[in-house]
Write a protein that binds this ligand. Sequence first.
Ligand code: AMP
Ligand code: MG
Length: 433
Amino acid sequence: MLRNYVKLMISVEEAVEKILGLIEVLDPEEKPILDCLEQVLAEDVYSGVSIPPLDNAAMDGYAVRAEDTLGASETSPVVLPVVDEIAAGCGAYKEINAGTCIRIMTGAPLPKGANAVVPFEDTDEKEHRLPLGELSRIGILSEVRSGTNVRFRGEDIQEGVRVLANGTVLRPAEIGVLASLGYSSAMVIRRPVVSILATGDELVEVDQSLTAGKIHNSNTYTIAAEVLRYGGIPLILGVGGDSVEALNEKIDQGLFSDMLITSGGVSLGNYDVVKEVLTNRGEISLWTICMKPGKPSAFGMITSGNGKLPHLGLPGNPVSTMVAFEQFARPAILKMMGKSVFDKPSIEVIIDEDVRNTDGRRIYTRVIVTKRGGEYHARLTGPQGSGILTSMVWANGLAIIPENTAGVREGDRVIVQMLNWSEDWIVKEEKLR
Ligand code: AMP
Ligand code: MG
C-alpha cells in the first residue's frame, strides 16, 4: 500500500519552486582558500592592511621630484645625481632632496621626497649605464607631473574597508584578493554530499560484462559528473536493483548525505518498487512535469535519524535523467551551496529547422549552437529519443520549445540553455564528424 503518495501535474517552474522551498542552505566551514573555488563566502571580509601598503613605483625608472624635471627634453636633458638604487621588496633606502634622484624598480617603495617616476626609456641611461652603485648621474629627457608612474598607498584597497561581502561566489579574482589581504583560509558554505542511487534489475556495473537483458548503469556516472560540475561531492551508492531490501540497504548508506538522487522507477506505469520504498521512508510526491524529456520525476523527504534527507527521483532514461538534473538537481545543489542565481545561462538563437510539438509539453531539444554572420544559430543533434545519450554528447545546448504551442519553425527565435559554449564546439565537430 502506498502512503503519502501524491500525483501532480505541474510546470517546470512549479517543480523548481517546490524543491527549492524544501532545500536549505548548508553550514559554513573554514577551508584553505584554494579549496574554496566556486564556493560562497559565509562572512564579510575586511582588509587589515592597505594595498598597496606604501606608495610605490609603477615602472622601472628614476624616482624624482616632478618639479626637478621641468623643461627636460631630448635636446636639453635635466641631469640629476643618482643617490641610491631601490629594488622591489627593499626596506631601507635613502631619501631624495631637491635636484637628486634614485634608480627604482617596479613595485619598490617610493623614497621620501620623490613624487614621480621617470621611466628608463625617458632617460639617457642606455648611454650611461655603469655597474650598480657606480652610476652617478642621469639625464632626464622628458618632464613628468607629480604622481606620474606612482601607485599610491591604498589605491586598490583601503585599510579597514569591507572588500568581499558575505554571499560572494569565490572565483580566481576573489581568491587572489583574499591572498593579497593575507588570508590563507576563508569561511564558505560547505559543498553538499549528494548520494546517488541507480535503480533497476536490468542494470549492471560498468566493469561487469553484459548478459541477456542487461545494460550498463550509466546514469550514476552522468549524475555524479554533474554533481561535481556544479560543486557538490558525489557519493555513489551503486545499483539498488528492484527489491525492497536492496533499495533500503543502499538508502541507509546515504542517510548522512545532504541529498539523495535516484534514477529510474518513478514513471506511472512502473513495475518498480522504488516508489513504495521511498513512500514508506518518508513523504514523496510523484510529479508529471510538463516537459519532454523528463516528464516523470519525484521529490520527497526521507526521514533519517537526525532529520530529513531531501530526495530527488529522476526518470531512468539517460537523456531524461540529464535534462531533469539540469532543471531540478542543479538549482537544489546551488541553493545548498548558498548561491542565489539558479537559472541556467541562456541565450536567444535562430533555430535552423522546424521542431513540432505534438503534445503541448515544453521540449528541451538537444541542439548544436554555433555563431554565423554575427548571430547564434541552433540545429538539432539528430534523433531526440530519451534513450539516445549521444544526443547529449553532440549537444552544447538545450533549445526550449515552449509548452502549449505547435512547435517552432525554421528561422524562429528560441531560448537555448547552454550546456557549453560554442567556441570549443567547432573544434569538437571537426574532430569527430
Ligand atoms: P525506468 O524509469 O526505471 O522505467 O527506466 C526507464 C529506462 O531507463 C529503462 O529503459 C531503463 O533501462 C533505463 N535506465 C534506468 N536506469 C538506468 C541507469 N542507471 N543507466 C542507464 N539506463 C537506465
Ligand atoms: Mg526501472
